[in-house]
Write a protein that binds this ligand. Structure first.
Ligand code: SF4
Length: 262
């Protein structure tokens, strides 16, 4: 009996036919910009730094990105991570627990050299439980790719693990209540470089009221780890003219990182 006839018989008998997994390889990878509006896609592609950077820039970082040594990996104790995530999920230390859909712990490589810290979950993050999703998240992923980093290589977290209602700015007491979770994440990961994503994150992490313009382009320190301030991708989506500044932020961060590696 040929295969097509056999499948017809099985289907008529109500027997499910299971396809082998390797057939999935025929599926084309999803375009990360697919869900962006056409105008935004055009902007991202036109302004995407990878289209303007020296051709060997990404390769340089790829070649330099190496997993940490086993001794470093041992710091990222899985049990400690699980306990910390559990603690966050149950946390009711500030009023944001009343309005959250779920906590947004953080995502990525727990032995990452690069750690990105934003301010707080937005609506999409609150619904999906992951930081930097939606259009802003897609743009952030593209920004990382522009300097040769895959999203999975870095670790991404927010200062706050719960969404402030209506995306208002985090309040000082909320940042203080949530701070120990972020500090523990930094301690476990021990990144080589931290990117503070956006003004709010930068001002809180650096305990300053200085405007973003003054904080960008400077090598700051957080627990002896170099910290570079970059524009928030949500802001860039609204202010397309600022993308050139975003690219210079990333180039600066990359140059700081490369000097660390020498
Ligand atoms: S924002 Fe942080 S401190 Fe406040 S309830 Fe959520 S996890 Fe707890």
């Amino acid at each position: 009996m040929d295969k097509a006839t056999r499948l017809q018989y099985l289907e008529a008998m109500g027997i499910d036919v299971w396809a082998t997994r390797h057939r999935l390889s025929a599926v084309q990878p999803e375009d990360p910009l697919e869900n962006l509006g056409r105008a935004e896609q055009d902007e991202v592609h036109r302004d995407q730094p990878s289209n303007r950077r020296p051709s060997n820039l990404a390769e340089t970082v790829d070649a330099e990105f190496q997993p940490h040594s086993p001794s470093h990996a041992s710091h990222a104790n899985e049990q400690t991570w699980k306990e910390l995530q559990h603690e966050v999920a149950l946390c009711r230390a500030c009023s944001l627990c009343e309005t959250r859909t779920q906590t947004v712990f953080g995502v990525g490589n727990k032995q990452a050299s690069w750690m990105l810290i934003g301010e707080a979950p937005g609506q999409n993050e609150d619904l999906q439980g992951e930081p930097f999703v939606g259009k802003a998240g897609q743009l952030l992923t593209e920004m990382l790719r522009a300097i040769g980093l895959q999203r999975e290589e870095v670790y991404i977290a927010n200062m706050l693990k719960c969404r402030p209602p209506n995306n208002r700015d985090p309040q000082a007491e909320e940042v203080a209540a949530c701070n120990s979770f972020l500090q523990q994440q930094i301690e476990l990961i021990q990144p080589k470089i931290i990117l503070a994503v956006g003004r709010i994150a930068a001002q809180n992490l650096l305990a300053t009221q200085q405007p973003l313009a003054k904080l960008r382009g400077v090598r700051h320190q957080l627990h002896n780890i170099p910290l570079i301030v970059i524009h928030h991708p949500a802001y860039l989506l609204r202010s397309l003219l600022e993308k050139a500044k975003a690219w210079s932020d990333l180039q600066f961060a990359l140059s700081v990182y490369q000097k660390l590696e020498k």
